[in-house]
Design a protein around this ligand. Structure first.
Ligand SMILES: NC(=O)c1ccc[n+]([C@@H]2O[C@H](COP(=O)([O-])OP(=O)(O)OC[C@H]3O[C@@H](n4cnc5c(N)ncnc54)[C@H](OP(=O)(O)O)[C@@H]3O)[C@@H](O)[C@H]2O)c1
Length: 311
């Protein structure tokens, strides 16, 4: 099978199309023939070497890739061969370097969910890691309905899912919005928006809106410490990255989300997508052999959604 390999750390140009043996069947696991995968921010950090400290003994060459949408080759409980499924691989925890920039991957069936009729492979692939991380982060905040939550990077892929999950839970969402994003983020469920700017301006705007501070923050833009003055005493703060978790103060609970694959949760999310209760956003679709170009575009930032690679 063809894969896109990282032969050595470096820029997008290091990504190379190469041939690997097809994976063999493994007891308790299933093989999936991929139709689509995505480029996540983590892929860029792993490829460049910025995430090398998280890889333990794993070194290049390896294959990147978390998200997948494709067709089951093997039977799994409740998911017969031939079922169209989506999911994501816990790439860091696996430590195998066998990611989804590949024609065939091996997965634990409990990570997968059937893709409902009417959802295509491109949309399905854009969902698993980002939507599940967003939902798990909102859960980690442990806020009751009616509480306020501030979401940074709200116009990004994880941020948009987080707005929708939080609003569906009855939370009052305040979105940190870039220029021109306000209306769209309100349509997704944000009650208020705060304009991007210097951290002191952002927290001052939050305090004008909520003089006692916001109940919770989900920080997908990784702004970290400077946001704490905007959080109420005893509130909660969840970062999308462990190194950007602020030091706790005034009884604020701080933590990082680490997206974990969960086929049951993903099934519910995909059902919401199929029935129009959740939206996803795909910025572009490129073939797998254009992975380097997809990495360039992802690194350049300001993408309108996830980039999907078709296989
Ligand atoms: N912990 C986990 O399991 C997990 C899982 C998935 C993702 N993540 C992490 O979550 C983060 C977000 O991922 P994503 O896929 O949503 O990325 P994304 O689509 O690129 O979104 C990031 C958003 O943050 C905005 N942003 C960047 N700097 C900002 C600033 N200083 N102030 C305000 N907004 C700013 C970006 O805007 P511009 O592009 O216009 O700058 C973009 O809208 C990444 O760091 C990713 O690695 C973690």
């Amino acid at each position: 099978m063809y894969v896109i390999e990282v032969p050595a750390y470096g820029g997008p140009e290091v990504l190379r199309l190469t041939e690997h043996a097809d994976p063999a069947a493994e007891a308790g696991l299933v093989r999936v023939r991929l139709g689509a995968t995505t480029v996540n921010q983590a892929d860029v950090k792993i490829r460049s070497g910025a995430a090398a400290g998280r890889l333990g003994t794993l070194v290049p060459p390896f294959v990147l890739g978390f998200d997948l949408a494709g067709t089951l080759i093997d039977d799994a409980p409740g998911l017969p061969a031939g079922t169209v499924v989506a999911g994501f691989l816990p790439w860091f925890e696996l430590g195998t370097g066998r990611g989804t920039y590949a024609e065939i991957v091996v997965a634990d069936p409990s990570w997968l969910a059937p893709v409902p009729a009417g959802v295509d492979l491109v949309d399905a692939a854009s969902v698993p890691l980002s939507a599940q991380t967003a939902q798990q982060a909102v859960d980690l905040l442990r806020l009751p309905a009616g509480a306020t939550v501030f979401i940074t990077g709200a116009g990004g892929v994880v941020g948009r899912f987080a707005i929708q999950h939080a609003a569906a839970r009855g939370l009052e969402v305040i979105a940190l919005a870039g220029p021109g994003e306000q209306d769209e983020l309100r349509a997704l469920g944000a009650r208020h928006t705060v304009a991007r700017g210097a951290p002191s301006d952002v927290t001052a705007a939050l305090r004008r809106l909520l003089p006692d501070g916001v109940d919770g923050v989900f920080d997908t833009a990784l702004l970290g410490d400077p946001l704490l003055p905007g959080v109420r005493k005893g509130g909660s703060f969840v970062s999308a990255s462990q190194p950007r978790v602020p030091a706790p103060e005034r009884g604020i609970r701080v933590s990082a989300v680490h997206g974990a694959p969960d086929g049951i949760q993903l099934g519910e999310i995909l059902d919401r997508l199929a029935t129009g209760r959740l939206t996803t956003r795909v910025a572009g679709v490129l073939p797998l052999d254009k992975a380097a170009e997809a990495h360039r575009q992802t690194e350049a930032g300001s993408l309108a959604g996830r980039l999907v690679l078709t296989i």
